[in-house]
Design a protein around this ligand. Structure first.
Ligand SMILES: C[S@@+](CC[C@H](N)C(=O)[O-])C[C@H]1O[C@@H](n2cnc3c(N)ncnc32)[C@H](O)[C@@H]1O
Length: 227
C-alpha cells in the first residue's frame, strides 16, 4: 500500500462498513430532507434550515448519538453534522426521524475540504469535535485532524466569541491538541488552569467515550473561544 502524499493525507480511512437494511432505507428516504449535497459553492444556511439560527458544526459524529442529543438539548441552534462513514449517517438519519428533530442537517464527506470550500467566513457559532481518531503511531500523527492549518480554517469559519470544543480519551492526542491550539493567535483557552476544562453538561456520552473509559483512559475536554 502506498502512503498518501502530502496533498491527500486524510484524517480517516473509509471502512467499507455494511449498511443495515434500515440504514439503507433511511439514506434513501431521509437523505433528501436532511442531507447536504456535495457542491463546490459556499453554503447558504437559509437554503437548508427552516429558520435562521446560530450554526454549530460537529465533525466526525460517528453514529450521531451526540449530534441528535445536542440538537434536542439546544433547540434554539442549528447543527451541521459531518461524517464520512455512511452507516453512521444512516444511523443518525433514523434517530432524527425517530426523535422528530428538525434542527440538524448532514454532510457525508471529508470535513476538511467541506470547511475550506463551503463555509463562509465568520459564519459558525461553534465547532465540536469529539473523540477524533487519535492516530497513535508516530508515522500516522500527520493524519490527526487537529493540525495548525486546519485550526486556521476553523478560525476563518468561526465568528468572534464562537466556541471550539474538543474532547479525547487519548492523552498524547490531548497534549498534541494543546500544543497546536497554543500556537494559534486566534483562540483563547477557556481553562482556568491553562490546559483542560471540566466536562461541560452539553456534551453527551458517546460510544467512543464509553470505550475509552472502559480501557481506563481519562477523558479530556478542551474549550477555546475565537477572539
Ligand atoms: C473515533 S470516531 C468518534 C465518533 C464520535 N464522535 C464519537 O465520539 O462516538 C471518529 C469519527 O470521525 C470520522 N472522521 C474522521 N475524519 C473525518 C473527516 N475529515 N471528515 C468527516 N469525518 C471524519 C470517522 O469516520 C469516525 O467516525
Amino acid at each position: 500500500m502506498t502512503e498518501p502524499t502530502h496533498r491527500n493525507i486524510r484524517s480517516f480511512v473509509l471502512r467499507k462498513g455494511r449498511l443495515t437494511v434500515a440504514q439503507q432505507h433511511a439514506l434513501d428516504e431521509l437523505w433528501p430532507h436532511y442531507g447536504i449535497e456535495k457542491r463546490e459553492t459556499v453554503l447558504d444556511f437559509d437554503d437548508h434550515f427552516d429558520r435562521p439560527a446560530e450554526v454549530i458544526v460537529e465533525i466526525g459524529f460517528g453514529n450521531g448519538e451526540s449530534t441528535w442529543r445536542m440538537a434536542q438539548q439546544e433547540p434554539e441552534k442549528n447543527f451541521i453534522g459531518i461524517e464520512v462513514h455512511e452507516p453512521g449517517v444512516g444511523h443518525l438519519l433514523m434517530a432524527l426521524e425517530e426523535h422528530d428533530i428538525e434542527n440538524v442537517r448532514i454532510a457525508c464527506e471529508d470535513a476538511v475540504p467541506f470547511l475550506q470550500n463551503r463555509i463562509a467566513d465568520g459564519s459558525l457559532a461553534g465547532v465540536r469535535i469529539y473523540f477524533a481518531d487519535p492516530w497513535p503511531k508516530k508515522r500516522h500523527h500527520k493524519r490527526r485532524i487537529i493540525q495548525p492549518a486546519f485550526v486556521d480554517h476553523l478560525a476563518r469559519c468561526m465568528k468572534s466569541g464562537g466556541i471550539l470544543h474538543l474532547a479525547t480519551d487519548w492523552q498524547p492526542y490531548a497534549e498534541h491538541m494543546l500544543e497546536v491550539m497554543q500556537s494559534s493567535q486566534d483562540f483563547t483557552n477557556l481553562s482556568p488552569t491553562g490546559d483542560y476544562c471540566d466536562r461541560p453538561d452539553w456534551r453527551p456520552y458517546t460510544k467512543y467515550e464509553d470505550r475509552g473509559e472502559s480501557l481506563g483512559h481519562a477523558v479530556r475536554d478542551l474549550l477555546y473561544q475565537r477572539s
